[in-house]
Structure formats: structure tokens, C-alpha cells
Ligand binder design. Structure first.
Ligand code: FE
Ligand code: FE
Length: 276
């Protein structure tokens, strides 16, 4: 689907109205009150083990069973959003590696298969899996969606974490921050540990930061940015056009798409069996 046939921009990410809004709001209340600095360190230690080999296409099939509760625009299985993003990139002539990134950018959500309600990484409790992320270990900006929930975060009454810099150095760069735990960082780390990985740096950055809306959409966190983060911003903004405005009601058949995408998977990721 080309951008000129897409619905107007303001029809997306509308958090004020619509049938899904109560569930989305509740998701963000939990996410903001439970994603602390300590929680993120625990989740990294727990989930970044890379010892669950699964073929990328099997992971896609598993995402066909998951609906993202944080997304006010989507009540389709998540894999449809992946196919829509990739197909829009293909139609617009984006390079094959970017089509691959479109196809897999949300694949970290397969964490729900071995996740738990307690961690917010299950189908029922998704507050550690999906949603716009923010920096943990520093003051929450009021550019976060539903900023009224910021005060519920226990770190915001902890003097180690509730200042503009928190635990970080000025200009330390995005790569040195800890973001709220979820599917972006999970897939980034999984792919970083995968051999071979020939996805260009731009693609890896798109995967890692696509949910970091307070930064790429709102311009917050300038106190932490370093020189190369300006390039990161360009990459993520380019990606975001397809992540957001391709959301549509068009349904693709996963099996039918396999013939086109599997050779690209193999070109950049070898056999496609990934250690999650
Ligand atoms: Fe995502
Ligand atoms: Fe997405």
C-alpha cells in the first residue's frame, strides 16, 4: 500500500478515543508503574540467554496468534502488521535488507512464548513486551504517552533515578542507555548474537529503537545524545513511516509470502534458525 492511499496521519496513534482505548490506557498504567531500573536489569539477565533455537518463519507463525494490546490501531494478529510493513517497503523500492527489517522488526514479541504474567511478558500481561519505551534510571519526560502515569513509577521517588541525568553521563549516547524492557531490545540482542548477521547497522538501529517514541517522535532526552545519534534518528524516522502508516485492514497469507522473503532471510541471516 502506498502512502498516498493510506489514511490521514492523525487517524493513527489516537489515544483519546476509540474502542481499544481503555485497554491501551491500562497497559500503559502498568508499564509505567512497573518498569523500573531494577526490573530492566533483571529482565535482561533472565531473557538474554539466546538458548532457544527457532526458525525465523516459525516465530512468524507464532506471532500470527498474538494481538498487541498497546496498539490503538491494530486488532489483527501481529504478523499481519509485519507483512504490511515489509510489503509497503517492497512496493516503495526500499532495499531488500530494509524489507527484511520491516518483516521481522516486531519478532521479539515471541518472548511471550516463554514469558510470564509476573514479568509482563505473556499474552495476558504485555507491559514488559510491547508499547512505547522510555529511559529507565532517569527522570521520565512528560512527552511519554499518558504522562499522568509517570508519577506511579517507584524510581521517580528515588533520588538515584529521578533527576534529568539519573545514572547516566551527559552525551553518553543512546547505545549506553537502558530503555524499558520489551521486544525492540530483545530482538536487537538476539540478532546481535546471531551468526551470520549481515543486516546493515541502519537496520539494527531501526530494530532497536523503533518503539522509543519520546526520543524519535517527541525530541526528548537531548541531554544523552551523542554525535552518531543524529544518524540514528534519520534511520528510525525513515523506518517509522512504514511501521505506522502502513497499518491497514489488508490481510496477507503468510505461506504465500514465504517464497519471496525466505531468500532475503537466508542472504542476511543464513539458515534462519535464530537463538532466541
Ligand atoms: Fe514494535
Ligand atoms: Fe511495528
Amino acid at each position: 500500500m502506498s502512502t498516498d492511499t493510506a489514511p490521514a496521519k492523525q487517524e493513527f496513534r489516537n489515544y483519546e478515543t476509540g474502542a481499544l482505548v481503555a485497554a491501551v490506557r491500562e497497559h500503559y498504567r502498568k508499564m509505567r508503574s512497573r518498569q523500573t531500573y531494577d526490573y530492566v536489569q533483571r529482565m535482561k539477565a533472565k531473557y538474554l540467554t539466546f538458548d532457544r533455537p527457532m526458525h525465523l518463519w516459525d516465530a512468524m507463525v507464532e506471532l500470527n496468534k498474538l494481538v498487541d494490546v498497546s496498539d490503538p490501531d491494530m486488532d489483527l494478529p501481529n504478523v499481519q502488521h509485519l507483512l504490511q510493513s515489509a510489503e509497503a517497503m517492497r512496493e516503495q523500492g526500499c532495499p531488500d535488507w530494509m524489507q527484511l527489517v520491516g518483516l521481522i522488526h516486531d519478532l521479539g514479541k515471541v518472548m511471550y512464548l516463554w514469558g510470564s504474567d509476573e514479568d509482563g511478558t505473556s499474552e495476558a500481561e504485555q507491559w514488559g513486551l510491547v508499547g512505547d519505551v522510555f529511559v529507565v534510571g532517569a527522570a521520565l519526560p512528560d512527552t511519554c504517552v499518558y504522562p499522568e502515569f509517570n508519577a506511579l513509577n517507584p524510581d521517580m521517588s528515588d533520588p538515584r533515578y529521578n533527576t534529568e541525568l539519573g545514572v547516566y553521563e551527559p552525551g553518553c549516547g543512546l547505545d549506553n542507555l537502558h530503555l524499558a524492557w520489551g521486544h525492540d531490545e530483545y530482538l536487537y540482542q538476539v540478532l546481535r548474537h546471531h551468526q551470520p548477521n549481515r543486516i546493515p547497522e541502519a537496520g539494527m538501529v531501526m530494530i532497536r529503537y523503533h518503539s522509543f517514541y519520546p526520543w524519535h517522535n517527541e525530541g526528548s532526552y537531548s541531554q544523552f545524545l551523542c554525535e552518531k545519534d543524529a544518524q540514528y534518528m534519520e534511520w528510525v524516522k525513515e523506518f517509522n513511516r512504514y511501521d505506522l502508516y502502513t497499518k491497514s485492514t489488508k490481510i496477507y497469507d503468510l505461506d504465500e509470502m514465504k517464497g519471496y522473503y525466505m531468500p532475503i532471510v537466508e542472504k542476511y541471516l543464513g539458515s534462519g534458525v535464530i537463538g532466541f
